[in-house]
Design a protein around this ligand. Structure first.
Ligand SMILES: Cc1ncc(C[n+]2csc(CCOP(=O)(O)OP(=O)(O)O)c2C)c(N)n1
Ligand code: SF4
Length: 257
């Protein structure tokens, strides 16, 4: 006995935001970049700021963010996104300006630009996707790679004596007087995805206050270079990344926390 389902009377509860182009993404299955792209584009649509938002794309797996985000985008050289965003925001202070960066881009080659933009209190939002590895180039150690975590440049696992400690960027930039909002979130469960979106909205809206830099760290995964299935990688993130990179609010001078 066949069952016929009519779509006509069904309520649509979810659809792709119009700000996210209808394209097949190049990201690996289960990668947090896809979810994070969607969240950023959802908030741009919901806040009605598509016409006056400029994104700065990094070098890394998200180098092609401009293929997917239907807003004005500028590509930056590896690590230079915060410097490029500084220039854009200063020329167009009425625009919402954000960078979208991986940990190699933001916390290795771009440490200088990141710290000084945050210290100057540039009125931009920094979206920092921390997957603890260099994804695009094949899994080399990043500044955020955990102690003991294998990477192609430390196949036996990162060692403190040789490679130093993984860097905690949220804690670091929260110390700088120019930041007004710093939160670390994750996108490996539906509840966390919803929380991540709230943090991103708060960060973008903080630009209206013209008080300083907002920084949202997304703890994410890289199933391909971690050599795990997406499900395994989400579990590994919970068990290994979150103890070292605790989720939470590190600074909030918007609501006075
Ligand atoms: C000046 C310069 N140095 C090095 C590279 C090579 N490179 C491209 S992407 C990348 C690392 C990307 O890792 P990450 O920023 O963590 O982003 P992911 O791919 O993990 O999202 C490197 C080292 C480059 N493109 N330009
Ligand atoms: S290599 Fe890693 S970070 Fe890059 S798209 Fe694949 S899973 Fe995502």
């Amino acid at each position: 006995m066949g069952i016929t389902v009519s779509l006509e009377n069904m309520e649509k509860i979810y659809e792709r935001p119009k700000t996210l182009k209808d394209k097949v993404m190049h990201y690996c299955p289960g990668c947090g970049h896809g979810v994070t792209h969607r969240l950023v584009m959802e908030l741009v649509e919901e806040l009605g700021i598509q016409h006056n938002t400029v994104g700065v794309a990094p070098v890394g797996c998200s180098v092609f963010a401009y293929y997917y985000m239907d807003i004005d985008m500028q590509e930056a050289a590896h690590g230079r996104a915060c410097a490029v965003a500084t220039g854009i925001k200063r020329m167009m202070p009425d625009h919402y300006v954000f960078t979208y960066q991986g940990d190699g881009d933001l916390a290795a080659i771009g440490t200088n630009e990141t710290i000084h933009a945050c210290n100057r209190g540039e009125n931009i939002t920094i979206v920092f996707v921390n997957n603890a590895i260099y994804g695009m180039t094949g899994g080399q150690m990043a500044p955020t790679t955990l102690l003991g975590q294998p990477a192609t440049t430390c196949p036996l696992g990162r060692e403190q004596a040789a490679n130093g400690y993984p860097i905690r960027m949220s804690e670091l930039v929260a110390q700088l007087p120019g930041t007004i909002y710093v939160e670390r979130v994750a996108v490996n469960t539906p509840a966390r995805v919803r929380k991540a979106k709230k943090a991103l909205i708060k960060a973008f809206k903080s630009q209206e206050l013209k008080k300083g830099t907002s920084f949202v760290e997304i703890v994410s995964n890289c199933p391909s270079n971690w050599k795990m299935t997406p499900v395994e990688s989400n579990k590994w993130l919970d068990e290994n990344m979150l103890p070292y990179y605790p989720l939470g609010l590190y600074k909030d001078e918007i609501s006075g926390e």
